[in-house]
Structures are given as structure tokens and as C-alpha cells.
Design a protein around this ligand. Structure first.
Ligand SMILES: Cc1cc2nc3c(=O)[nH]c(=O)nc-3n(C[C@H](O)[C@H](O)[C@H](O)COP(=O)(O)OP(=O)(O)OC[C@H]3O[C@@H](n4cnc5c(N)ncnc54)[C@H](O)[C@@H]3O)c2cc1C
Length: 379
């Protein structure tokens, strides 16, 4: 059997690893558009941006691993078409060159997502969209004492960049059209604490404010973090069902029985949450890739793992488990010291219909397991 993996990020590398760990002996080929060994992206807005770790620390496996495990890693090539009926795919070098056609028996789509563009910034300046090693290198060089950094969007990436930039003594202004940062994920009670944290570290937080052209033009560097778009074009053109991501069932299978999808690109019918969800988190890329690897080999394993997310900003480390559904929450219970700018540690529980739907801790690592286990319990 031959298994093709389209991607080359964390999900792709994890799936290949799991296939070998399960004892699968057939062909595995990873087609990766980036000309790098598969790497993890979270450090791009944290340690690697701060310069406390180098990019090699983010690499999933060194080159020798792929050789030793007979995983063919084709770097710098894009899969341009999949013929699902014929079980073939077309591959083209990213910089141009001869196209080739390859056969597969089973295929895993792990094409991830790309940064959403902001047309005003694209017109006025040359913004950084932090997604790749190259984006990180460019931004790192621009973060120096006194540099005027404008960040568009107070989401996770925007706030992590704000944190790194302030630690480099840059002058940071964050523009956010919402009335609080991260409010759609955390709700106002906890989002407010993140606003306080950034203000305490000297970030100019312009909430309910759309950035104007003058502010963009005056910046030394503009970073846009306004979300990501799943890379679904290939799946759509192959005739797979796509709707805000590649639609996959509980077992991560697409509308074609020989094609699975995982990670940022996959919109899964989640058996525990009872609804569709597409999760752009590091942990989901890993855990879905493992389950998909089993199913590529013929298992019928549902993916039941709940979303998990972490962030580091200044001295704050937090973990968030679960997911609040579209129905929202009735109350959020906060326990502990919420003065996170001064080392406070707290736990928060989002409750709907008497059940914890999501829970997090900030700076309370000993509580991590208990907070995770609280999700789904009555409260
Ligand atoms: C700066 C940054 C910070 C982050 N921080 C956190 C964090 O703190 N915590 C957290 O939980 N998550 C974080 N994330 C999210 C996390 O990194 C992603 O969820 C994860 O990378 C998803 O992995 P993936 O393999 O699905 O997709 P990706 O990492 O996007 O990899 C997909 C790869 O597929 C390639 N590709 C696409 N189309 C093709 C094609 N047709 N042919 C060949 N190759 C193709 C792409 O070039 C890309 O290299 C962060 C993301 C970013 C960008």
C-alpha cells in the first residue's frame, strides 16, 4: 500500500510518525510546499521570536529520521490536483518546474491554513503575516528597542507578538475592532484580564478601533493577525465536500472513503461535542494525525479528544480545555487571583446548563489535570 500525505506541517509529520509506530511497512510520501523540515509554529510567536530558542528547536524530526524510517519527504513541492477516482495526484515544484503524477492508495490532507489578508494594510505597507519561518525571521529583525510596532487584531497571535515586542522594548500599539481582546473565545470576564495584562506591560490597546491608513504608514513594522483561512482549494477541486474546512466525519474521513483530513484544514463532526468544529490548535494537529493514521490503516477509531490550547505572554502561561458551543455559557466561575500582571494564578470554568463546557488555568500548572478533567462534569 502507498500512503500520500499532503502538507508538511506538524499534522503531516505526526501522521507519518504514527504510521511507522503502528508497524506499517508500506510507502509513505509527504508532499510539503515549504522547503523546510516539518516544524511546529507556536514558537514562531514566542521563544523563537524572542530569540531565546532557535528555529531548530521547533523541528519535529531531523532529516535522518525520515531516511531511517523510509518516509519520503518531498520538500518545496505543491500538490496541484488530486484525481480521487483514479487515485493519483499531480505535483509541481513551488518555484516552477516539471509537473509529475503519482499514485496513492490512501491519502491524508494536512494542508493547514494561511493567514487572512487585510487589504488596507496590503495597500499601505508590507505587513507581516506570521505563519512561516520566513515571516518569523523578518519580524524578529524588526523588533528592536524603540521600533514602532503596529499590530492589527488582538487575537492569540497578535497578543503574543505584542508580548514579544514589548520584551524587546519596542513601542507597541494593538488595534482591535472588538471591545476586548479574545472576547469571542474567552468572553468578557476573562478577556478583560488579558486587556489589563497588556496595558500593564505598556501596550497601547486601541479597542473598538479600526486601524487607519496613517497609523499603518507611520509604523516601522505592521503585523496583521486577523485569523486564518483553511487551505481547502485542492479538496474542493478534487470534488470533496468542503464548508469552512474539509468536511470529515467522526473518524476524520472526507466524503471520499480513501481520503482523510486533519489539523487546521479539517472541519470534523465531533462525536463528544455533537457538532462540527474546526480547530486551529497545535494539540489537535497532533492528536487528529494519530487517529487518522490508525484509520488510514483500516481502523474505525473516532476522534473524541476535546480541543486544548496554550499560550505564553510575558510571565503568564495558560492552558484552555474544551469548547463553549454556539449556545454560549450561563456563567463563568473564576477562582484564584486574577491579577496576572503581578503573578496571580487563577482557574476559570465556563458553565452551560450546569455542565462545564470549557475550563482554563493561568499560571496554575499544578491544577492543569484537574481543570482539564472538569470539562464535561456538572457544576
Ligand atoms: C505564529 C503561530 C503561533 C501559534 N501558536 C499556537 C499556540 O500557542 N498554541 C496552539 O495550540 N496553536 C498555535 N498555533 C496553531 C498551530 O500552529 C496550528 O494549529 C498547526 O500548525 C496546524 O498544523 P497543520 O499541520 O494542520 O497545518 P500547518 O502548520 O498550516 O501546515 C500545513 C502545511 O501544508 C503545506 N501545504 C498547503 N497546501 C499544500 C499543497 N497543496 N501541497 C503541499 N503542501 C501544502 C503548507 O505550506 C504548510 O506548510 C500557532 C500558529 C501560528 C501560525
Amino acid at each position: 500500500m502507498s500512503i500520500a500525505i499532503v502538507g508538511g506541517g506538524l499534522a503531516a509529520a505526526t501522521a507519518a510518525t504514527e504510521l511507522r509506530e503502528r508497524g506499517y511497512d508500506g510507502d509513505v510520501v509527504i508532499y510539503a510546499a515549504e522547503d523546510h523540515l516539518p516544524y511546529e509554529r507556536p514558537p514562531l510567536s514566542k521563544d523563537v521570536l524572542l530569540g531565546t530558542k532557535d528555529i531548530d528547536s521547533a523541528i519535529v524530526h531531523d532529516e535522518g529520521w525520515y531516511t531511517a524510517n523510509r518516509v519520503r519527504l518531498e520538500r518545496g513541492v505543491a500538490v496541484t490536483a488530486i484525481d480521487a477516482a483514479a487515485h493519483t495526484l499531480r505535483v509541481e515544484p513551488v518555484g516552477g518546474g516539471a509537473e509529475s503524477e503519482h499514485e496513492y492508495d490512501r491519502l491524508l490532507l494536512a494542508t493547514g491554513a494561511t493567514a487572512r489578508h487585510f487589504d488596507v494594510a496590503d495597500r499601505v505597507c508590507d505587513p507581516v503575516y506570521l505563519r512561516t519561518v520566513e515571516d518569523n525571521t523578518r519580524l524578529r529583525a524588526a523588533l528592536h528597542p524603540g521600533a514602532k510596532v503596529v499590530i492589527v487584531g488582538a487575537g492569540w497571535i497578535g497578543l503574543e507578538v505584542a508580548s514579544a515586542a514589548r520584551q524587546k522594548d519596542a513601542e507597541v500599539t494593538v488595534y482591535e475592532v472588538g471591545d476586548l481582546p479574545l472576547v469571542s473565545v474567552l468572553g468578557p470576564e476573562v478577556a478583560r484580564l488579558f486587556a489589563d495584562l497588556h496595558r500593564a506591560h505598556g501596550v497601547g490597546l486601541r479597542l473598538s478601533t479600526a486601524v487607519d491608513e496613517a497609523a499603518l504608514a507611520a509604523a516601522d513594522v505592521v503585523v496583521v493577525g486577523i485569523g486564518a483561512i483553511p487551505s481547502t482549494r485542492l479538496a474542493e477541486e478534487a470534488g470533496l465536500d468542503v464548508d469552512h474546512g474539509v468536511l470529515v466525519d467522526e473518524r476524520l474521513r472526507t466524503s471520499d472513503p480513501d481520503i482523510y483530513a486533519v489539523g487546521d484544514v479539517a472541519n470534523q463532526q465531533h462525536p463528544v461535542l455533537g457538532r462540527r468544529i474546526r480547530v486551529e490548535h497545535w494539540d489537535t494537529a497532533i492528536e487528529q494525525a494519530k487517529v487518522a493514521a490508525h484509520n488510514l490503516l483500516g481502523d474505525e477509531e473516532p476522534y473524541t479528544h476535546l480541543p486544548y490550547f496554550f499560550t505564553d505572554q510575558y510571565d503568564l502561561g495558560m492552558e484552555y480545555f474544551g469548547s463553549v458551543g454556539p449556545e454560549g455559557y450561563d456563567r463563568v466561575d473564576i477562582e484564584g487571583d486574577t491579577d496576572v500582571a503581578n503573578g496571580g494564578a487563577f482557574r476559570a470554568y465556563w458553565v452551560h446548563d450546569g455542565v462545564v463546557r470549557a475550563a482554563m488555568h493561568a499560571n496554575d500548572w499544578d491544577a492543569s489535570d484537574a481543570v482539564r478533567d472538569s470539562v464535561g462534569t456538572e457544576r
